[in-house]
Design a protein around this ligand. Sequence first.
Ligand code: ZN
Length: 100
Amino acid sequence: MGRVDAGAERHPAWCVVDHARPGAPSEHQADGVAVPVVALAAIRGQPSTAEARELVVVLHGDEEHRWLYVGDGEDQLLDLDPEGWRRVVAAVEVVLARAE
Ligand SMILES: [Zn+2]
């Protein structure tokens, strides 16, 4: 449970942002987890190439609406609700199992 200040928005327990710090985001955000991956980079008009990238997985939003961002901050990203991610992860397992 997040603490509740009188008249203030509920602050989720998983949020690590110090909202009082100048320049801090106003949105609630959890600690991220970095994931090294190899991604297929497509540049229009050129053959795709494999590139080492680092994705970050970050929970953000509020207690009512949570979003899970997975992306590299540039080209690659998905920002879905937790149930959407569960369906995507299950589908990934199905697709990979079919190819084994
Ligand atoms: Zn917060």
